[in-house]
Write a protein that binds this ligand. Structure first.
Ligand SMILES: *Cc1c(COP(=O)(O)O)cnc(C)c1O
Length: 438
């Protein structure tokens, strides 16, 4: 099929043919979409001087919780702060371990070090690029407390086996949903399956509030601990101790009301809350359009040698959320072993910005091997001399092979058929150019 198809393609641009994409993209990729409504909501807070208040933030939390059909959502200044609070709220303490995927943004794992805990990095599944459920159980030790999962580049993790392992070993699960706001796993909303979920709302993310984070849970205890960690202003004041409207019911936490146990100040700027509220209101409709557009793009590329989609089967009830940081997976073996850089060069020649993409593995970074953050005279990741969880190159093969397999693809925000066809053609022509077709 591919050989026949390639004879119908125009000459690849890298061989002197016309570019597949000539026109400027206009607003095809613009995100977030900012309208008058967003501007007015932000200005309302600004004019009222309510930037450091809580009223708009509480409203944002309520709507975020409703969207996820959970009782509790707690806003944070960024996703990293929410993850730190979430890990502590799940019981991670000094000398403990968490398990996390090595391919992710650092904030999925590094906050554990801030708690005096360490990270045992797990490999990824080569198809989903999420934590490999098969590589979790052997990493569990006596001090393991939490499994962090990341729905990577919007692909839902395989949550069923992960939750089964967690329940069997009495571990907690933190879902890092910073790439997959509003996504589903077998019909269930991401962020409602584990014990706590943390979301980045940073400007580049799929649900963008400017800068911000959200922590979501069904568990009252987890919620109260996250409040006690960094939301001192909700629990009381130093002079009055616990106020009557403090959300803390746990007497152990109430004792410390008015001061944050984490020494963190986790209040979100209300300019972001106001913007986030408007973004959230339009979000479900907007990601439906994105899903249609991205599935259209990948349907067009079905069967293209060297190119694999990173997506879910829509019939499974799972979705790719807002398709944050859309990637494709490169199969060099189908194109004579040509390195990914040359494939990307051929796509760029067609007028499409394509680069090798994806996060570098965390487990090989010197910070996780050598950094003595606490001045104890040994690496801070070595929390127990009898149990060294540090891992060097060659230990997590799927993850280490990933950067040679991952390329960027357009993240369409509008379902424009003609334009999407031209972008797909760029990737098809690049593939053809490397097979010697034309
Ligand atoms: C962006 C991101 C975070 C951190 O969120 P910030 O809002 O930037 O602090 C955490 N985890 C993942 C996977 C991310 O991509």
């Amino acid at each position: 099929m591919s050989v026949v198809a390639s004879t119908h393609l125009p000459v690849p641009a890298i061989h002197g043919g016309p570019k597949a994409v000539e026109a400027a993209p206009g607003d095809l990729f613009t995100w977030p979409i900012v309208m008058k409504e967003d501007e007015e909501a932000v200005l309302e807070v600004l004019r009222r001087g309510a930037m450091s208040g809580l009223d708009v933030t509480r409203q944002f939390e309520k709507e975020f919780a409703e969207y996820h059909d959970v009782p509790y959502a707690l806003a944070h200044p960024n996703g990293t702060a929410a993850i730190l609070a979430g890990l502590w709220a799940l019981g991670v303490r000094q000398g403990d371990e968490i398990i996390a995927p090595t391919v992710t943004y650092w904030a999925s794992a590094l906050p554990a070090l801030g708690l005096g805990a360490t990270v045992n990095f797990a490999d990824i599944d080569p198809k989903t690029i999420c934590i490999a459920p098969k590589d979790i159980e052997s990493r569990i030790g006596p001090r393991t407390k939490v499994i962090v999962v990341v729905h990577y580049c919007a692909h839902p993790c395989d949550m069923d086996p992960i939750m089964e392992i967690a329940r069997k070993h009495k571990l907690k699960v933190l879902e890092d949903v910073s790439h997959a706001h509003g996504g589903r796993y077998k019909g269930r909303m991401l962020g409602t399956i584990g014990d706590v979920a943390c979301f980045s709302l940073m400007s580049g993310k799929s649900l963008a509030a400017g800068e911000g984070g959200m922590l979501v849970t069904k568990d009252r205890e987890v919620y109260e601990r996250a409040v006690a960690w960094g939301h001192y202003e909700r629990t009381g004041s130093y002079s009055k101790w616990a106020t009557c409207d403090s959300p803390l019911t746990d007497p152990e936490l109430r004792k410390f009301a008015g001061l944050p146990l984490g020494g963190c100040k986790n209040r979100l700027n209300q300019l972001a809350s106001a913007f986030g509220r408007v973004q959230l209101k339009h979000y479900p409709k907007r990601i439906e359009v994105i899903q249609r557009a991205m599935n259209r793009f990948w349907d067009l590329l079905e069967g293209t040698p060297g190119v694999r989609a990173h997506r879910v089967d829509p019939k499974s009830g799972s979705t790719m959320a807002g398709w944050y940081s859309a990637i494709g997976l490169y199969e060099a073996s189908e194109l004579g072993g040509v390195p990914i850089e040359r494939f990307c060069d051929a796509v760029r020649a067609e007028g499409v910005e394509c680069r090798p993409a994806g996060n570098q593995c965390l487990h090989v970074h010197p910070l996780f091997h050598e950094a003595d953050i606490y001045g104890t005279g040994r690496p801070s990741t070595l929390v127990d001399k009898r149990r060294d969880v540090r891992q060097g190159p060659g230990t997590l093969p799927n993850a280490e092979a990933f950067s040679a397999r991952c390329f960027s693809v357009p993240w369409f925000k509008h379902d424009r058929v003609d334009e999407i066809e031209r972008y797909a053609l760029a990737y098809k022509k690049a593939s053809a150019s490397l097979r010697g077709g034309n």
